[in-house]
Design a protein. Structure first.
Length: 330
C-alpha cells in the first residue's frame, strides 16, 4: 500500500537536514552494506557540521562491517528527528516498526518500490545504491568527506552493485566510486572482505544448499532453500547468509534465481535475482514485497511447502506471461 509523502529534491532535502537536529538514523532488518554504509556516512557527515546523530538497527550488525561501524564510535542520543535510509517499506524496520513508524520525518532511498511511508521522501530510483544519494547530499552540504565516510559509502555502492557487476551500475556510479578512491579508501580490502571471504560455516551451508537446489521451468529458474536446520547444522550466523541469493547468478541459463531463507518456524524471507526479460520487483509485488528490477524480496508465512508453492507459482506466472508475449511478437 502506497502512502503519501512530501517529495523532496536535493536542495529541499539539504534544507531539511540543516534545519533539524538530534537525528536517529534507521536501517532495515538483515542490514547490508548499503543501508549501513549510507546510515553511518550520513551520521558522520551530520556530526561534522555540529549536529547529533546515531544509527539504530533492529538486528545485530554483522562483524564484517566493523571496519567502519566500530570506527565511527557513535554515541547514543536523545532524538528529535527520525530518518530512515535504504528502507523501502516501514515494515522492513522489524521490531523498530512499532516505536518509530509514525515518527519517521524523512526517508532517503533508491528503491522504486518505496511505499512513501515517511512524512518526507528523497528518492532517486536511478541510483545504484542509497550510498550514491548520501554522497551527493554530503557534497551539496559542503561537508568535508573523511576517509571513514568514504569507506562507508564505497561499501554501500560496491555491495549493492555486486562489486560493480550488476545492471544497476551507471557511468555516475563509476564516477562517484572514483571520487571516493581519492579520499584514501582501501577499496581492494573492502571488496576482499565483502566478496572474497567466507567462513567455514558458510562453506558448509553452501554445500547443503546446493545439494537441495532445484532447477525449474526448463532450467530457467534455480530454487535455493536455507532452513533453520541447515543454519544450525552448519553453525552459521544470520550474517553468514548474505549473498546466498546471488549464487544463481553464476549458473548458465538461469534467468530467475530464488532463495528461500527460514527466519522463524513459519516465516521465510524470499530473495529474487533476475535477468532480462524478467522483473524481480514485479514478481515480488504480487506477494507483498518489492525492490529493484534485478533484485527484490518479500516475506511469506506458512510451511516450507506452502511457501515454495507461492513463490514458484508467482515465478511460473511471470514465465508464462513472458512466453505468451514472445509468441505474439514472432
Amino acid at each position: 500500500m502506497i502512502g503519501s509523502s512530501n517529495i523532496l529534491n536535493l536542495s529541499t532535502l539539504c534544507k531539511f537536514l540543516k534545519k533539524h537536529d538530534d537525528y536517529i538514523i534507521l536501517t532495515h532488518t538483515s542490514p547490508d552494506g548499503d543501508t549501513l554504509g549510507s546510515a553511518y556516512a550520513l551520521a558522520l557527515g551530520l556530526i561534522s557540521i555540529g549536529k547529533k546523530a546515531f544509527v539504530v538497527c533492529n538486528d545485530e550488525i554483522p562483524e564484517k562491517y566493523n571496519y567502519f561501524v566500530k570506527e565511527a564510535n557513535l554515541k547514543s542520543i536523545d532524538y528529535k528527528t527520525v530518518v530512515a535510509v535504504d528502507v523501502a517499506d516501514a515494515k522492513l524496520l522489524g521490531s523498530l516498526y512499532e516505536k518509530y513508524s509514525d515518527k519517521i520525518e524523512l526517508t532517503i532511498d533508491h528503491h522504486v518500490s518505496n511505499t512513501h511511508y515517511a512524512k518526507n521522501l528523497y528518492l532517486d530510483a536511478a541510483a545504484s545504491a542509497t550510498a550514491e544519494c548520501i554522497y551527493e547530499i554530503l557534497k551539496k552540504l559542503h561537508i568535508k568527506i573523511t576517509p571513514l565516510m568514504a569507506t562507508a559509502l564505497y561499501t554501500g555502492i560496491s555491495t549493492d552493485t555486486g562489486c560493480f557487476k550488476y545492471s544497476n551500475v551507471t557511468p555516475k556510479t563509476h564516477r562517484i566510486a572514483a571520487e571516493l578512491h581519492s579520499f584514501g579508501i582501501d577499496a581492494a580490502e573492502i571488496n576482499r572482505k565483502m566478496f572474497d571471504t567466507k567462513s567455514k560455516q558458510r562453506v558448509e551451508l553452501e554445500k547443503m544448499v546446493l545439494e537441495t537446489a532445484e532447477f525449474l521451468f526448463d532450467d530457467r529458474c534455480l530454487l535455493l532453500t536455507v532452513t533453520s536446520e541447515m543454519q544450525s547444522r552448519s553453525g552459521c550466523e544470520p550474517s553468514d547468509l548474505d549473498g546466498v541469493a546471488s549464487i544463481s547468478r553464476s549458473v548458465e541459463g538461469v534467468l530467475i534465481g530464488v532463495s528461500i531463507k527460514q527466519s522463524e518456524k513459519d516465516t521465510y524471507k524470499i530473495s529474487l535475482r533476475t535477468y532480462e526479460p524478467f522483473n524481480a520487483s514485479e514478481i515480488c509485488k504480487t506477494l507483498g514485497g518489492g525492490g529493484h528490477k534485478a533484485a527484490a524480496g518479500c516475506t511469506l508465512i506458512g510451511s516450507l511447502s506452502e511457501v515454495k508453492k507461492q513463490i514458484v507459482d508467482a515465478v511460473g506466472k511471470a514465465i508464462e506471461e513472458n512466453d505468451a508475449r514472445a509468441i505474439v511478437t514472432e
